[in-house]
Design a protein around this ligand. Sequence first.
Ligand SMILES: [Zn+2]
Ligand SMILES: [Zn+2]
Length: 173
Amino acid sequence: MEPTLPEPTLREPTMRVAMLRGPGRVDVCDVAAPAPGPDEVVCEVDFCGICGSDLHLVLEGWARPGTWQGHEWVGRVAAVGENVTAWRPGDAVVGGPSERCGRCVMCRAGRPALCEERDAPGQTATTGAFATRIVVRATELLALPAGLDRRRGARRAARGCAARSDPGRRGGG
Ligand SMILES: [Zn+2]
Ligand SMILES: [Zn+2]
């Protein structure tokens, strides 16, 4: 049964994250809560899966210390940037893939899931959904299908990621 979750709020000036300190070391700590840029959305994270990529990023030090991972998540829109018209506070969403480059060999072959420029939280400047909130580009969200509970939605996001990732590439998907 789906647990009752608090309504999205931006009152808190901080959010809680599971921050990578070094290979195999994660601390739960509070950091400043994000505000959305003009084309971005801030979401409350309800559930986040743990992907095989996260294990490499955290346990083997693929990600940089001071970042947090997590990219298979479900949540609710809390705030939108001034240019965002596709989402409204309260919308139930699934974190989609990071933006694709559209130029690399895989993108041009019609396989954007394997984009060579795709991001894994913590390998670049971005951070992930092992946090109570996440800020993403509005184009990186998908609507949670009606009738699908949030916990199941996060599980399906993880399955989709596994089915579409490239096992030969670091930071898979
Ligand atoms: Zn690409
Ligand atoms: Zn994944």
